[in-house]
Write a protein that binds this ligand. Sequence first.
Ligand SMILES: [Cu+2]
Length: 123
Amino acid sequence: MVQTISIVVSLVAIGFILWWFFGQREAEAKLAENVDGVQVVEITVDGGYQPRTVQLKAGMLAKLVFNRKDPSSCLEEVLLPDFGVAQMLTLGKKTEITIDPSKAGEYKYTCGMQMFSGKVVVK
Ligand SMILES: [Cu+2]
């Protein structure tokens, strides 16, 4: 009886952990919108990146619009090393970065000092 209870408790705990990690991650990814054949997604820069994860379609030009609201110098630059991008962001403005996500995969983007990071998921 004690064994049955501990097995049930373990299964519930495992289920909760899976739901927590995968459920959260799924909810966090923001899909890009198709605007005249270009996929566009806006990321707010304010104490980090919001949303942290954006999802793009492979093989279609993409515009990442960084809206910098955070005055700290830490977030003044954004790096997308996989796309050869190092871009300064103007405070209080939207900076557009165009990338060509031709290959599916997960690509990290970070602030200039790599303290904050986010992810571009290409499917
Ligand atoms: Cu930084």
